[in-house]
Design a protein around this ligand. Structure first.
Ligand code: TIU
Length: 229
């Protein structure tokens, strides 16, 4: 951490393809979809045929960033993928897709699959939002689509996003692409993301940092913590 010309605190994050310096007051921690539906047995992720235990590795690294962000007063925003109970915001193309063992809206061991207010839709206890941390409910994969995220970020003057969560190549990637097009510098700590497909995790991160950082920057939680001081 260092001080800029106007005295604002700045963090230099060692990243790929290159080091990035950010004004910390204009930086938010964005945690994507760390919900029971994706991380615990019996939820949406498992109905799609996935081994949900593969996502656990991101929990502790995210927790370390979340703890530090809270200590420094950094804006923390959580997202949750899910739908209204009547599924009126769930396109048929999403509802009818594939051959899952249970569909969105069906009853499962954690309540109705991917439906707001159900136990499975909630964020895992380890990363549970604290009072004052916005929770953005999103019907799609990207956190900007059909949500108030951009308004929440612009109200706080945010320019930089540290994007964590699951899954790397689906909701994290879509959000990074959306954020990048909206002018946010998106910084992705690799160990704070996870996928049901380790090879997609690696490929997703490689796509972000390729071509001079075509969508953003890739780093890890230790390097972000170092930059936060
Ligand atoms: N299936 C999968 O990899 N992901 C999702 O459906 N949603 C999110 O990534 N959150």
């Amino acid at each position: 951490m260092s001080s800029g010309p106007q005295g604002q605190a700045r963090g230099r994050i060692d990243a790929q393809p290159e080091l990035i310096e950010v004004e910390l007051a204009r930086t938010a921690l964005l945690i994507i979809d760390m919900q029971r539906d994706f991380l615990e047995p019996g939820g949406f992720g498992e109905t799609l045929g996935n081994d949900v235990s593969l996502l656990k590795r991101a929990v502790e690294p995210i927790r370390s960033l979340l703890t530090r962000a809270r200590q420094t007063g950094m804006l923390v925003v959580h997202t949750r993928e899910g739908h209204r109970a009547d599924l009126s915001d769930a396109p048929r193309a999403k509802l009818e897709r594939g051959k899952p063992s249970a569909r969105i809206g069906d009853m499962g061991p954690m309540g109705r699959i991917l439906v707001r207010g159900e136990p499975g839709h909630d964020i895992i206890p380890e990363l549970y939002p604290e009072r004052g941390e916005p929770v953005v409910d999103k019907p799609g994969k990207g956190a900007f689509y059909a949500t108030e995220l951009q308004l929440i970020l612009s109200t706080r003057g945010i320019e930089n996003l540290i994007v964590c969560g699951v899954t790397t190549e689906v909701c994290v990637h879509t959000t990074v692409r959306e954020g990048n097009d909206r002018g946010y510098r998106c910084i992705v700590p690799a160990d704070c993301c996870a996928s049901y497909f380790p090879e997609f995790h690696q490929a997703g991160l490689a796509m972000i940092r390729a071509q001079g950082g075509i969508f953003g920057w890739v780093t890890d939680s230790v390097r972000v913590l170092r930059a936060l001081g």
